[in-house]
Unconditional design. Sequence first.
Length: 238
Amino acid sequence: MDRKDCFGSIKEVTVDIGQTAIHTRPQCRNCKEIRDCLRTSKQMGEERKERDELRKQNMISQMIDLSHITSNEIGSCLLEFLSRIFYSPLGTVLFRNLLLFCEVPQNSSSFNLSIPISRTMMDLIAGGKVEGSDSRNLSGVKPQAGIEQGFTLWIVLLQRSFPNRPEANMGMIAYEVAHTFSSDPLATNQVFKMLSDAEVNLYKKMNVEARTRWLIEKWDFADDFEAFKKELASIKET
């Protein structure tokens, strides 16, 4: 039996914590296929969630595998940080490009790097020019317009750790990442795409430190950041 063009278009959306609503169309009122349509829509939604979850897990695995982490403590905190941030407001901005971490000695120079990777550079890595519409995205990340359909690689340096203080460690990671996205022009443009017009105007008026704190709170790491600041304060007192 032929289905209507709108079959499977009913949406079940979350309107509040623990509550859902069904978004239908006017023609659904007298449709005899509405039950099958709703059932199909829910199945399609579940499949999309599974694909999104798999993509998230793959992206997190790539970030950790390609990062240079020397301690299990930072490694476990980084894993939890990336897992938590994916579900936080604005968290998906981190997964639009490639974000890597490098654990370095505490007395190393402190700076973070952003490296635009163009399509030309990706072709050289592949061993030759990739032509046509079937070109393969080597990074596995959605290309970013404006740099020859390439992407941006951000490298965040982690210079310290706090033994047996996972909250402080995650607060430290959150600070370094938020500071990168607050001070780097390319990263700031990524953040703008995730904000409303009012939030963009507010964000533009902030200095780097205010932006950093605002992003940490948006990502729901305020408590971890406070734990990080307390550990820093205790180190200075000794």
